[in-house]
Write a protein that binds this ligand. Structure first.
Ligand code: TXA
Ligand code: MG
Length: 341
C-alpha cells in the first residue's frame, strides 16, 4: 500500500472521510498527538487499527466526536452530571472521559470493557475531519506500538509508511502529550492518565479529584491497571534514561558527573536557562517550561533513537499542573529511574 500525505484542507478531509466510510484507516492531526482513525461503528475497520499499530487487542481505543451531541450515540444513558460539567468547561480539548458504553459501539473498540473513552478534540482540523466522516472516529495515537506518540506528520509517516493509505498533515501538535484520561462515571472522578487538562483544572470545576497511583510510579505486581494502557511497557528510548531531581545547580552537577562517567553516545535533556551549566556537553533543550517541554519531548526522544544515543540524562520538573503529565511520560520512558540530589 502507498501512503499518501495531504496537507489539512477541506479536500483532504473529504478524501479522508471517503476512506473512513470505505472501512480504511486514516491518520489525522489533533492538538495532543496524531490519531490513527477508523469508523468507530465498523469492527473490520477498527481491526485494521490494531493491525497497523501492532497494538494488543485488550487495549481499548478512544472514540472521537466533532460535536457534543454525538456523545449520545456512544455512551449508554444520560451524561452524568460531573461529566457534563467537565465537558462544558474543557471540551473541545485535550480531555478523554471514560463513561458507560452504549450498545452501538462494537466490543473491539473498548476491548470488551463496558466503558468507553470519548473525546471532543480542540483541533479544528480534527473536528472538520470527523465532521466530514459523519461518524464517530475510533483512534489511538498514530505510532507503532512501543514508539512515542507522533507529534508531526513525518513521525506518523516514519511509523506507518506502507501500512495506511492516508495521513492528513496538520503541522506540529500543539500540546504534544496525549489527552488527560478521566474515569468520569462516578464522583470523585479519577485521572487515569494526566494531560493538558490538569487535576487542578478538574478540581476547580468539581471541587475534588483523585489521581490514580500509577501516574508517578510503576504498577506493583499485585495491582490491576484501571486503564489497560497503563500495564503495558510504555515507550522507552533505545538508550537508558535517568531523571535527576533537585535544584538546578545540584542536578547539573550530578548530570555532568553521570555524563562524564558514561561511555559512548550520550545526551542531556535540560531547560533552556540551565544549558550554560552543561558546558560543551550535548544538550537537547526542553525550552522554558513544562509547556514547551511537553511540546518537544516526543520529538526529542525520536531524534535520540535516530542518533543511536545510548544514555540520556534529564532534568525534572515539579509534578504540578502540566508538569504532572510531563513527569508521567518522562518517568515511564525512564522506567521511573529517578535520582534525587
Ligand atoms: O490525546 C489522545 O488521547 C490521543 C489522540 C489521538 O486523541 N489518543 C491516544 O490514544 O492517546 P491511545 O490509544 O494511545 O491512548 C488511550 C489510553 C490508553 O491508555 C487506553 O488504555 C485508555 O486510554 N483507555 C481507552 N479506553 C478506556 C476505557 N474504556 N477504560 C479505561 N482506559 C481506557
Ligand atoms: Mg498511544
Amino acid at each position: 500500500m502507498t501512503t499518501r500525505l495531504l496537507k489539512a484542507s477541506p479536500e483532504a478531509y473529504a478524501e479522508g472521510a471517503r476512506l473512513i466510510n470505505a472501512g480504511e484507516v486514516v491518520a489525522f492531526p489533533t492538538e495532543t498527538v496524531y490519531g490513527l482513525g477508523a469508523h468507530a461503528l465498523n469492527p473490520d475497520a477498527v481491526a485494521k487499527i490494531f493491525a497497523a499499530k501492532g497494538r494488543p487487542g485488550d487495549n481499548p481505543l478512544i472514540v472521537h466526536i466533532s460535536r457534543y451531541e454525538q456523545i449520545y450515540g456512544i455512551i449508554s444513558g444520560d451524561v452524568p452530571r460531573q461529566a457534563e460539567l467537565l465537558a462544558k468547561e474543557y471540551w473541545p480539548g485535550p480531555m478523554t472521559m471514560i463513561l458507560p458504553k452504549g450498545e452501538k459501539i462494537p466490543p473491539c473498540v473498548t476491548a470488551g470493557l463496558d466503558s468507553v473513552g470519548v473525546r471532543l478534540p480542540a483541533s479544528q482540523a480534527a473536528r472538520d475531519f470527523i465532521s466530514a466522516c459523519a461518524a464517530p472516529v475510533a483512534a489511538p495515537s498514530a505510532n507503532l506500538s512501543g514508539k512515542p506518540s507522533p507529534t508531526t506528520a513525518v513521525h506518523v509517516l516514519n511509523d506507518m509508511n506502507g501500512r495506511i493509505p492516508l495521513i492528513i498533515d496538520g503541522g506540529e501538535s500543539d500540546v504534544g502529550l496525549e489527552s488527560t484520561v478521566i474515569d468520569a462515571r462516578s464522583m470523585p472522578v479519577r485521572v487515569l492518565r494526566p494531560g493538558g487538562v490538569t487535576p487542578q483544572m478538574i478540581a476547580r470545576v468539581l471541587g475534588e479529584v483523585l489521581v490514580d497511583g500509577s501516574v508517578l510510579r510503576p504498577l506493583a505486581k499485585h495491582e490491576t491497571a484501571r486503564s489497560p494502557g497503563m500495564k503495558y511497557k510504555h515507550y522507552a528510548p533505545d538508550g537508558s534514561l535517568v531523571i535527576v531531581k533537585g535544584t538546578a545547580d545540584a542536578a547539573a552537577r550530578e548530570i555532568n558527573a553521570l555524563y562524564d562517567n558514561t561511555e559512548g553516545s550520550r545526551c542531556i535533556l535540560a531547560f533552556e536557562e540551565h544549558i550554560p551549566l552543561y558546558g560543551e556537553r550535548r544538550v537537547f533543550s526542553l525550552g522554558e517550561d513544562a509547556q514547551t517541554a511537553s511540546h518537544r519531548l516526543f520529538d526529542a526522544l525520536r531524534q535520540m533513537d535516530e542518533m543511536h544515543i545510548n544514555a540520556i540524562f534529564s532534568e525534572a520538573v515539579p509534578a504540578e499542573g502540566l508538569g504532572l503529565a510531563l513527569m508521567n511520560r518522562l518517568g515511564r520512558a525512564a522506567a521511573f529511574h529517578i535520582i534525587e540530589v
